[in-house]
Design a protein around this ligand. Structure first.
Ligand code: IMP
Length: 452
C-alpha cells in the first residue's frame, strides 16, 4: 500500500490526467489538493472523452472516493456542470466529496481576473480568466468566501453583502465596470449550495481516516512545478502550490503520510500564457509538435507554445518535488522528427548555467544549449514494452533519465489507457533512495541510466 503524489514537472499540461487515471486503478481515494477550474484533464476511456476541470479523474472508477481538498478553489457552477456531465454519461458521483474549507470563486473574481489582465497590457500573465488569482488573493486577504459559508444562509448573506459592496468599489472606480447586485449573487450561490450540500465534508479528517485505515491514496496535482507561486517562474505562475509540498498543505495532511512522488513530463515542453521559455520553437517543428500533439488547452482552447525538452527544468522539478520517478508522456509525438534536441543547460550572459535562475529577467536571457539526438522516424503508438521501442527512442529515454537522475517508470504513447509502457511499477518499484556508490540511481536492468 502507498500514498502517492502525482505532480506536473513542467508548466502544466504534461498529461497528468492520463497518468492519474492509470494509477487511480489501484487507489482507494483520489485527492485534488490545489488549483481550481483553470486545470483541465482530458481522459479517453473506450472512445468516450471526459473533460474534467476540478473533479478528480478517479471518479471514473465506481469504488474510488474522490476528494476536492481545502487548498483548491471551487467554482460551484463549473463543478455542478461536471457532476451533470458525468451523471449523464452514466458515471456516479456518489463518492465525490468537497472540502468545507475550500474557497469559492465568485462572479467578481472572474470579472476582476479578466479586467486586471486587460489593464496589465503587455505585462499580462496570460491567465485562464477563471478567477483563480483573485479567489486566492481574497483567501490571503481574509475576505474569501468558503464552501462552509455557502451552507449557512444568514452567514453567507452577511459576508457577501459586505464583500460585494467592497468589490463594487473596485469594479466601478478602478475598472469602470458595472457593479454587481448583491441579492442576485446571493440567490445564485444559495441555489448552488443546495445542490452541493450532500458533497461537503471535513476533507482533512476524511483523508486522515483513510490514512489510518491504510487505504491507497493518490494526490492528483494540477498545473505544474514551474507554475508554483513560490517556486515557479514568477510572476508567470498560478496562485496555488502545484508542487509536492503543496499537496500536503492543500490536503491537510503531514508529509510523513507520503510514500512516493511521481513527476509527469512530456517528451518535449509546452507552455500556455506569457513568460520566458528558453527551448521554445517558433518554426515548423514547433508547429508540428502543436499539430501532432493537439496542443490546445482543455480549459481555454488556447494554442500551447511548444519547444524541446528542457532538462534544466526537469532537474529543478526533481529537486523541488523530491521526485522518486518520472512518467514521460507523448513520446509518440516525436515519431516523425528527424533530429531531436534536448536542452541540457543554458547560456546566460556568456556563461553556462545548469540551474533555473530565480530572477525573471535572467531567465528571459537564457539561451538553450542543446544536445542533438537522432529521431526514430517510425510509429511508436503500438509499443507496449521497452523492447518494442526503436533503439533511438530508448536512447532518448535513457538520456532523459540520466540527465535528471531519476528512473522513468512510465512511458505514454497515446491518449488511451492501453497506449502505455509500465517500465517499473511506480508505486511499488524501486525508490529514489536506491543509489549506487557514485550516487547514480539504480533502475533495475530495464532502463539503466548509465549511457554507453
Ligand atoms: P491562472 O491559474 O488562471 O491564474 O493562470 C496563471 C498562469 O498559469 C497562466 O500562464 C496560465 O496559462 C497557467 N495555467 C493555469 N492553469 C493551467 C493548467 O492547468 N495548465 C497549464 N497552464 C495553466
Amino acid at each position: 500500500m502507498a500514498n502517492v503524489i502525482v505532480i506536473g514537472a513542467q508548466w502544466g499540461d504534461e498529461g497528468k490526467g492520463k497518468i492519474t487515471d492509470l494509477l487511480s486503478r489501484s487507489a482507494d481515494v483520489v485527492v485534488r489538493s490545489q488549483g481550481g477550474v483553470n486545470a483541465g484533464h482530458t481522459i479517453v476511456v473506450q472512445g468516450q472523452i471526459f473533460k474534467l476541470h476540478l473533479i478528480p479523474s478517479g471518479i471514473l472508477y465506481s469504488d474510488t472516493e474522490c476528494i476536492i481538498g481545502s487548498g483548491t478553489v471551487i467554482d460551484p457552477q463549473v463543478v455542478l456542470e461536471e457532476i451533470d456531465q458525468l451523471e449523464a454519461l452514466g458515471v456516479s458521483t456518489k463518492n465525490l466529496m468537497i472540502a468545507q474549507t475550500a474557497h469559492v470563486t465568485m462572479p467578481y473574481h472572474r470579472i476582476i481576473d479578466r479586467a486586471s489582465e486587460e489593464r496589465r497590457g503587455d505585462r499580462k500573465i496570460g491567465t485562464t480568466g477563471r478567477g483563480i488569482g483573485p479567489t486566492y488573493a481574497d483567501k490571503s486577504e481574509r475576505t474569501g468566501i468558503r464552501v462552509i459559508d455557502l451552507m449557512d444562509e444568514s452567514d453567507l448573506r452577511q459576508k457577501l453583502e459586505w464583500t460585494i459592496n467592497y468589490k463594487n468599489v473596485i469594479l466601478e472606480k478602478l475598472y469602470n465596470l458595472s457593479p454587481l447586485e448583491p441579492e442576485a449573487v446571493i440567490q445564485e450561490y444559495l441555489g448552488y449550495a443546495k445542490r452541493l450540500r450532500s458533497y461537503v465534508v471535513d476533507s482533512s479528517l476524511k483523508i486522515y481516516e483513510a490514512i489510518e485505515k491504510r487505504k491507497n491514496i493518490l494526490f492528483e496535482g494540477a498545473q505544474g512545478t514551474l507554475l508554483d507561486l513560490d517556486h515557479g517562474t514568477y510572476p508567470y505562475v498560478t496562485s496555488s502550490s502545484p508542487i509536492a509540498g503543496g499537496a500536503c498543505v492543500g490536503a491537510g495532511i503531514g508529509p510523513t503520510a507520503i510514500d512516493r512522488v511521481i513527476g509527469v513530463a512530456k517528451a518535449y515542453t509546452t507552455r500556455v500564457g506569457e513568460g520566458p521559455f528558453p527551448s521554445e520553437l517558433d518554426d515548423e517543428i514547433g508547429q508540428l509538435l502543436c499539430d501532432i500533439g493537439a496542443e490546445f488547452g482543455t480549459t481555454t482552447g488556447r494554442r500551447r507554445r511548444c519547444g524541446w525538452f528542457d532538462a534544466v527544468i526537469g532537474r529543478y522539478a526533481v529537486r523541488i518535488n523530491g521526485l522518486d520517478c518520472l512518467a514521460i508522456t507523448k513520446l509518440d509525438v516525436l515519431d516523425s522528427v528527424d533530429e531531436i534536441k534536448v536542452c541540457v543547460a543554458y547560456e546566460l550572459d556568456g556563461t553556462t548555467c545548469d540551474h533555473l535562475p530565480s530572477n525573471a529577467s535572467q531567465f528571459a536571457r537564457c539561451k538553450p544549449i542543446y544536445k542533438t539526438m537522432p529521431g526514430w522516424k517510425q510509429p511508436t503508438t503500438h509499443c507496449r514494452s521497452l523492447d518494442d521501442l526503436p533503439k533511438q527512442a530508448l536512447d532518448y529515454l535513457k538520456f532523459l533519465a540520466e540527465l535528471m537522475k531519476v528512473p522513468i517508470a512510465i512511458v505514454s504513447l497515446g491518449a488511451s489507457r492501453d497506449q502505455t509502457i509500465i517500465v517499473e511499477d511506480p508505486i511499488h518499484g524501486p525508490k529514489r533512495a536506491l543509489l549506487d556508490a557514485n550516487g547514480t540511481p539504480l533502475l533495475g536492468d530495464k532502463l539503466p541510466v548509465t549511457s554507453e
